[in-house]
Write a protein that binds this ligand. Sequence first.
Ligand SMILES: Cc1cc2nc3c(=O)[nH]c(=O)nc-3n(C[C@H](O)[C@H](O)[C@H](O)COP(=O)(O)OP(=O)(O)OC[C@H]3O[C@@H](n4cnc5c(N)ncnc54)[C@H](O)[C@@H]3O)c2cc1C
Length: 475
Amino acid sequence: MTEVIRPDICVIGGGSGGLSVAAAAAAFGVSVVLIESGKMGGDCLNYGCVPSKAIIAAGKAASTMRHADKFGIKSVEPEVNFKKVHDHIHSVIGAIAPNDSVERFTALGVKVIEAHGKFIDKDTVVAGDYEIKARRFVVATGSSAFVPPIPGLDKVEYLTNETLFDQTRRPAHLIVIGGGPIGIEMAQAHRRLGSEVTVIEGFKALGKDDPELAEVVLRNVRADGVQIMEGAKVVEVAQKTKTTVKVTVETEDGNKDVVGSHILVATGRAANINGLDLEKAGIKFERAGIKVSNALRTSNKRVYAIGDVAGGFQFTHVAGYHAGLVVQSILFRLPGKENRDIIPWATYTDPELAHVGLNEEAARKQNGDVTILRWPYAENDRAQAERKTEGLVKIITNKKGRILGASIAGHGAGEMINVFSLAVSQKMKVQDLRGYIAPYPTMTEISKRAATSFSAPMTRKPFVRRIIGFLRMFG
Ligand SMILES: Cc1cc2nc3c(=O)[nH]c(=O)nc-3n(C[C@H](O)[C@H](O)[C@H](O)COP(=O)(O)OP(=O)(O)OC[C@H]3O[C@@H](n4cnc5c(N)ncnc54)[C@H](O)[C@@H]3O)c2cc1C
């Protein structure tokens, strides 16, 4: 028997975005129904950010052992037990899972329905034994790996982010199709854990980032032993032997075969819109996802869409940002607009790559005359002590010094970008970064030095920086 319920808010999808809406709304005493058809926590916890960062951490530990000699400690080739790496990944997920669990959300006052949800008309969703007629709906169904129609791919076994972290045996040779952030992160981690790795990228690896900074990262990933083929299009995939697959790649120099043991498909994401019957609710969508206004409203005024399914930047912090805007709008009728210009992102390779605001090209287009400030890690004392001297901070300002964007390639870039996220969101100037004191020795000083060089153009010249460094040695 179907039970009809009438909550204030019905959220479809219990991942980063949906859980944030449900928790915040429940905290204000609003009645909330949350529908989840898979695992609570969604992609980020189960198949995305968390397991990927856990395997990256394992790869880093292996790499540290391999390169300890630079600290005067004998380097050793680590013995990697892949089953235990798998267990490490899943124990990290397990440690976080209670925060996202049905039990916790039920205790918060949320009614959790563990079923598939779909619209049957403009103001009704069905899930399991329930018909939900909510005042407002929030679609937060996320995205899944986009699998391109490559001939032969459907006839071999391949991995996606949903199956990669279930591997208990090390792939002998992992072929990663796609050189975006997910592909490159996973390529480096697996290489460091002992797999042979080949990345096949149709255009330019890490192509959405500043090429100057992406190159720093790619150089290091290659130095770890990852083969990265760029401008290489996969034209066919076939099973070669019982344990090997053959990937045929079209390159400038003709077709080449890459033979490996496993394939990871990392060619982008597809919004989870199938099975929602969006048409029945009058919700417009396209291939990239549900069409939303900048207030995240769909073509059905009762329904919002947030996170990956809304087709913009696909990151957990964006889903969280969207959740905040939507809660504000539903609960307090405060119209909030998504500002994509302040959204940062980071790729957790070693070294890391992070960005916020406008890149150089976009800044020049919008502002004409811009100033580019750079400061290398190599000129930072802490970076020298840690032997993390690869990389640079790059700041883009307008003529008056307003920070339009920043990119960082280097150790801890994902942490270091925070100060620029604040600067860009608050429309700060480089002069503002001069006014605070960074503890010595920290790598954040690199950002401050880059900012300071705005008013001392001579210090941007390498030979002047060498003299300054020399003078500093004598106090
Ligand atoms: C390998 C990998 C690494 C990543 N690393 C990072 C990172 O380091 N940092 C970062 O910010 N982002 C990262 N991301 C992206 C991040 O995981 C997503 O942006 C984030 O999970 C999006 O949140 P969401 O709420 O939109 O969707 P999700 O978290 O995917 O949640 C959607 C939920 O909806 C459920 N659902 C779908 N359809 C229905 C339905 N009809 N009925 C009921 N339930 C439904 C699904 O089961 C799922 O649980 C990574 C992604 C991947 C794949």
